[in-house]
Design a protein around this ligand. Structure first.
Ligand code: HEC
Ligand code: HEC
Length: 205
């Protein structure tokens, strides 16, 4: 039986719409993978151990955190010299769909493998990470970043992250050069030696 004209019309619209949605999803994921290969991976290397100094590993990082940080660079919210000189341009023209797809691409890759640290330094870092400084009423990092530094949602994964990058971010946060208000009560009382110990521990995970 031939289809009535309105029915055929509806079918065409539905098929058209659903095909277009499917195609967009695929193409935005493909565009993200292509951009990652052509651009991002020149600094954020596939083997995170090969990254140049101060370039963080993105592999296995939380998707929500990655998407938020790329937007922060696009908006100029992260504005220390490294951010300005190396991330503003690659993030500057990305649209929201591509940002989410890039975040999905990197978060789905296996996280970096930890590198061994000086055992005494790592033990000091671990104690600070897990317990904070009880005598000064300072909470540990694990309360937000997870017992194994695995992160959650907008709380970043720290496990396996390179130590030079972690130390630098802690200094920026402590000096209000990166705006993470929620961390101040924890980092404000810590010294540069504490930062080095925390970073050595986190890099070893
Ligand atoms: C020229 C080298 C370079 C290129 C190319 C580059 N990045 Fe970066 N990226 C960096 C550096 C350096 C940092 C650390 C900046 C800082 O200290 O804020 C960074 C930081 C980041 C962060 C923050 C990670 C975190 O743990 O907070 C994200 C997310 C990111 N880049 C994503 C990307 C994406 C996606 C691309 C490709 C579109 C890209 N980057 C291209 C060098 C680069
Ligand atoms: C109250 C919750 C909270 C506590 C406690 C906390 N953090 Fe954070 N931390 C965050 C949040 C949220 C962010 C992401 C900030 C942003 O969006 O820019 C962050 C970001 C970071 C970053 C930057 C990660 C990256 O990839 O750029 C580092 C490093 C870090 N925290 C280390 C620590 C350490 C070490 C401690 C303990 C001394 C700690 N944090 C305690 C909530 C917390």
């Amino acid at each position: 039986m031939p289809m009535s004209r309105p029915a055929a019309f509806c079918l065409a619209i539905l098929c058209g719409v659903s095909t277009a949605w499917g195609a967009d999803d695929v193409s935005v994921a493909q565009r993200a993978a292509a951009l990652a290969t052509e651009r991002c991976l020149s600094c954020h290397r596939m083997n995170a151990g090969d990254n140049p100094p101060l370039v963080p590993a993105l592999q296995g990082q939380r998707k929500a955190y990655l998407a938020w940080q790329i937007r922060a660079y696009r908006l100029g919210f992260r504005d220390d010299p490294q951010a300005h000189e190396r991330m503003w341009e690659p993030a500057g023209k990305l649209d929201d769909a591509l940002i989410d797809a890039l975040a999905g691409y990197f978060s789905a890759l296996p996280p970096p493998v930890g590198t061994p640290a000086n055992p005494a330094l790592a033990a000091k870092g671990r104690a600070l990470y897990e317990n904070g400084v009880p005598s000064r009423n300072v909470t540990g990092c694990a309360a937000c970043h997870g017992q194994n530094a695995e992160g959650n949602g907008v709380f970043p994964r720290l496990a396996g992250q390179r130590a030079d990058y972690v130390v630098r971010q802690l200094m920026l946060i402590q000096r209000y050069l990166r705006n993470v208000g929620i961390m101040h009560s924890t980092v404000d009382v810590l010294s540069e030696e504490d930062f080095a110990a925390l970073a050595a521990y986190l890099q070893s995970l």
